[in-house]
Design a protein around this ligand. Structure first.
Ligand code: NOJ
Length: 538
């Protein structure tokens, strides 16, 4: 059995991002050091040893900037500062440096499609009035119909399930575009000042030592200047995946290359050829693989998803990414315990039954599957603890997705609940003071880090061991091995094999192989039971 190694990673490894394990930190819910009920940077700094022990290569911080939190921080009021509830810029710099000392790089989250309505640019545009240069930084238009009382076009909200308009009218009569909430006005990316500002923001963070940038809503920035109705079926699409975007990202790449920085784009596009365009050598380094995240727990479909992913990345030479969950989607353990194990924003509903024991077994197997695949793997905070989606009482829900759907979509708070660190401590060790900003459900302490820490069978132990063993797969390509229906088996050279059994019948493991790690116990005959994965070596 290979021994986990926690030695600091090679500081000069320029290709680190091609096979990295990247841990997503949602600061607000990570660890609350000052007892105000909200996680903070000091909380993250105190837990860096935990993250180093987990063995991750980088931390991606969801937006940590000053924000009115109308959309969990994705409404940014100042891109060059830290929200006072989280800490200070000086503290962020310390955090970046301390993490780096432990071999952990930092990725910040930039939100270029929109700003907060409290951002100085929008404040100025609101007061400057119609026809002003300040308004040209956004999409302001007169309304339609008598008195201009109707929104300028028919675009739908980008929050699935939302029936709310994407236009809001100011008292002076003009409307402004916001693909998300009214507090998130969209920027006009045809304006040179918008481009200039974002390149400066990138430099600002690269100068502070960050290694990468996650780009929010990366395929939505460019808009058809005519803002045509979707009902007229305009082609190309007026706001999704427009060709002008590639020019933006080419200039971003030039900035990143100067600092040896990398990008990961949030690109939700079903068309794999269009998706791969963002990953051309002079554009983004990587993009999230949402088709894999959305894929049901089904061997044939997972295999197709993996093959399609690898095939779409190959021509552009970009590594794939593997994601099972993040701060926007139903937690893996809950999703895999349901009848429909896929993920679809449009299908989210309250009260869907789930079998958490089944979901956990599958999530453990999925962890070994993803960590064995070629490319980078994302782990969302709490995934390594096997946290389920939490039910949030209606009067505590904060997510605008819930409100903008008229209360039909449960929203995303259930995957954002503050982490449990210590079973016996107040608020399960998240913080010693006030009630956490989102309530932790009954029984949350059973997932606490200190409960899992010394338990060799815990989800945490599985993640730690698997991340430490992952380099055994080397950087070879994936080769499928013959396997019965419902079983996925592949190798990546160097004599290491991953087998995942999704079939009802137990699967034989390759003869003469040595077990490195398994997501659950083998049966009495040494076979791999259903919903279990194993890594083996010759
Ligand atoms: C994607 C982010 O992940 C999500 O949380 C946010 O609501 C939207 N973009 C809008 O910024």
């Amino acid at each position: 059995m290979g021994q986990p190694s926690h030695a600091p990673k090679d500081h000069e490894d320029h290709d680190w991002w091609r096979s990295a394990v990247i841990y997503q930190v949602y600061v607000r819910s990570f660890a609350d050091s000052d007892g105000d009920g909200t996680g903070d940077l000091a909380g993250v700094r105190a837990r860096l040893p935990y993250l180093a022990e987990l063995g991750v290569d980088a931390l991606w911080f969801s937006p940590w900037y000053p924000s009115p939190m109308k959309d969990g921080g994705y409404d940014v009021a100042d891109y060059r500062a830290i929200d006072p509830a989280f800490g200070t810029l000086a503290e962020a710099e310390k955090l970046i440096a301390e993490a780096r000392e432990l071999g952990i790089r930092t990725i910040v989250d930039i939100v270029p499609n929109h700003v907060s309505d409290q951002h100085p640019w929008f404040q100025a545009a609101s007061t400057a009035g119609p026809g002003s240069p300040e308004r040209e930084l956004f999409h302001f238009r007169p309304g339609r119909g008598p008195g201009g009382d109707l929104p300028p076009n028919d675009w739908p909200s980008q929050f699935a399930g939302s029936t709310e308009p994407v236009w809001t009218r100011l008292p002076d009569g003009e409307w402004y575009l916001h693909l998300f909430t009214p507090e998130q006005p969209d920027l006009n990316w045809a304006h040179p000042a918008v481009r200039q500002e974002h390149e400066d923001i990138l430099r600002f963070w690269f100068e502070r030592g960050v290694a990468g940038v996650r780009i929010d809503s990366a395929a939505l920035l460019a808009k058809d200047p005519d803002l045509p109705d979707l009902a007229t079926r305009p082609r190309p699409h007026p706001f999704v995946d427009r060709d002008e975007l590639h020019d933006v990202y080419r200039s971003w790449r030039a900035v990143a290359d100067h600092y040896d920085g990398v990008f990961v784009g949030e690109v939700w596009l079903p068309d794999t050829e269009r998706f791969a365009r963002y990953l051309r050598p002079d554009e983004l380094h990587t993009a999230f693989n949402f088709s894999f995240l959305s894929c049901p727990w089904d061997a044939a479909r997972l295999r197709t998803s993996i093959d399609t992913t690898l095939a779409e990345h190959a021509p552009v030479g970009a590594p794939a990414t593997w994601v099972l969950c993040n701060h926007d989607v139903t937690r893996t353990v809950t999703r895999y315990g349901r009848e429909d194990t896929g993920f679809d924003f449009a299908a989210k509903a309250f009260g869907v039954p789930t079998d958490l024991a089944l979901g956990t077994r599958r999530a453990r197997a999925a962890a070994l599957l993803t960590l064995a695949l070629p490319g980078a793997v994302y782990v969302y905070q709490g995934e390594e603890l096997g946290l389920p989606e939490a039910g949030i009482p209606a009067d505590r829900i904060q997510d605008p997705m819930y409100f903008r759907s008229g209360g039909t979509d449960p929203g995303r708070d259930g995957c954002r609940v503050p982490l449990p660190w210590a079973a016996g401590a107040p608020h399960a060790g998240f913080g010693a003071g006030e009630e956490p900003w989102l309530p932790q459900p009954a029984g949350w302490e059973s997932y606490a880090v200190d409960r899992q820490q010394d338990d060799a069978d815990s989800v945490l132990a599985l993640y730690r061991r698997a991340i430490a063993l992952r380099p055994r797969f080397g950087d070879g390509p994936l080769t499928w091995l013959p396997a019965p229906e419902g079983v996925l088996a592949f190798t990546r050279a160097e004599g290491v094999t991953c087998v995942v059994n999704l079939a009802a019948a137990p699967a034989e493991l390759p003869a003469r192989s040595r077990l490195l790690i398994a997501s659950g116990p083998l049966d009495d005959e040494g076979r791999l039971p259903q919903d279990t994965a194993a890594w083996l070596t010759d």
